[in-house]
Design a protein around this ligand. Structure first.
Ligand SMILES: *Cc1c(COP(=O)(O)O)cnc(C)c1O
Length: 359
């Protein structure tokens, strides 16, 4: 059984010290076919070796205190061949904002976009990236693959409680398929608070994920696919999922997603869904929505994120009460949004918005 992250051999790394110094590092690899022919142990060792850098400190503000920010974006195989990255400029801007939020020197946005393009290109040249398969179209791309790009910061060495002034930015890539388990579809409201006012909930920070991981684990133990967080103060308003934003399509025809603030992560999929829904003439509101309203007034519910795309939430459970949306099946509106997003991302429909950047 493989436990290690199957990251591609070419890794990007930049280090800040007055200026950013960049490098592309080609880690040990064989061809994809040769790697497939290795024994499980050999393959494991090879893949694991790509995940280490001996010149990065073991004891750092990142490893000790979770002081790190990250991004997640995708390069998607295109129907007519090649790969294209979905809205990397948006991730670049959010990464810089996150770094500033942690008082790090922000990584320049143009460098971010160029580095993502180049690291995918180099791995594609080694044939590690997936290619388009027409059979993905048959099941609304639920089995489709993509290149997941993961940029993250890593601090200089240190054990004091300090901020990072000379961080690294590392970018690794790996192939991803479907994000959620296929057989679990319901969500449960978590008793935990993911983010608090005046905290770091709006930053895509590693440290925020500890609570999310706990809550998601507890949800899975109870048989749910996802957990949903309420606000920390009143315990009344819906905020988001463990790593995705949330939408309610109400019986009135209004599409509601919680308004942004310092406890909600401004998702790029969220922003894109809002725009696509408005294009379809749907009334979209970014406003507070109570758990009671969400449970009694929703016709459909879905979560959004780079990994999740737009994934239907078929039921929501809270305090022993459970509501099923659309008879427990994916609703038409959710399916339409999901398909609009997927066909744009995989290059089936025309990119009228200029959201796709060719690799
Ligand atoms: C990354 C993330 C999202 C989704 O953001 P996208 O840009 O759409 O991928 C939502 N919530 C949290 C907490 C996140 O970390």
């Amino acid at each position: 059984m493989a436990f290690s992250l199957n990251s591609y051999p070419v890794v990007y790394r930049a280090k800040y010290s007055d200026v950013w110094t960049e490098e592309f590092i080609e880690k040990p690899h064989k061809t994809r076919a040769e790697e497939a022919a290795l024994t499980e142990k050999e393959r494991e060792r090879l893949i694991e070796s790509r995940n280490y850098f001996e010149d990065m400190p073991l004891v750092s503000y990142s490893t000790q205190y979770g002081l790190g920010v990250f991004e997640g974006l995708k390069a998607l195989p295109q129907k007519d061949g090649g790969l294209a990255i979905f809205r990397p400029d948006k991730n670049a801007a959010r990464f810089a904002r996150s770094m500033k939020g942690f008082r790090m020197p922000p990584f320049p946005e143009e460098l971010f976009v160029k580095a993502c393009l180049e690291v995918v290109r180099r791995n594609a040249a080694l044939r590690f990236t997936p290619v388009y398969k027409p059979e993905w179209e048959k099941d609304s791309f639920s089995t489709a693959e993509a290149v997941y790009i993961r940029p993250f910061t890593y601090s200089e060495g240190g054990i004091g409680v300090k901020l990072s002034s000379e961080p690294w930015v590392v970018i690794i890539c790996t192939t991803v398929g479907a994000y959620f388990e296929q057989d679990l579809h319901g969500a449960v409201v978590s008793g935990r608070a993911r983010a608090t006012p005046r905290g770091t909930g709006w930053i895509k920070a590693s440290s925020n994920y500890v609570i999310s991981a706990l809550a998601k684990h507890e949800a899975a133990e109870a048989g749910f696919m996802e957990c949903v967080f309420l606000d920390a103060i009143e315990r009344r308003y819906v905020e988001e999922g463990s790593s995705c934003n949330i939408f309610f399509y109400l019986k009135s025809g209004e599409l509601v997603t919680p308004e942004l603030g310092d406890t909600i992560l401004p998702g790029i999929t969220r922003e894109s869904v809002i725009e696509l829904a408005r294009d379809k003439g749907v009334r979209v509101s970014e406003r507070r929505i109570s758990i009671d309203e969400a449970m009694s007034e929703s016709r459909e519910c879905f979560v959004s994120g780079t990994a999740a795309g737009a994934t239907p939430i078929e039921s929501l459970s809270y305090n022993g009460k459970k509501v099923e949306f659309n008879g427990g099946k994916c609703g038409d509106f959710t399916a339409e949004i999901r398909d609009t997003l997927k066909t744009l991302q995989y290059g089936i429909s025309r990119d009228t918005k200029g959201w796709m950047l060719r690799v």
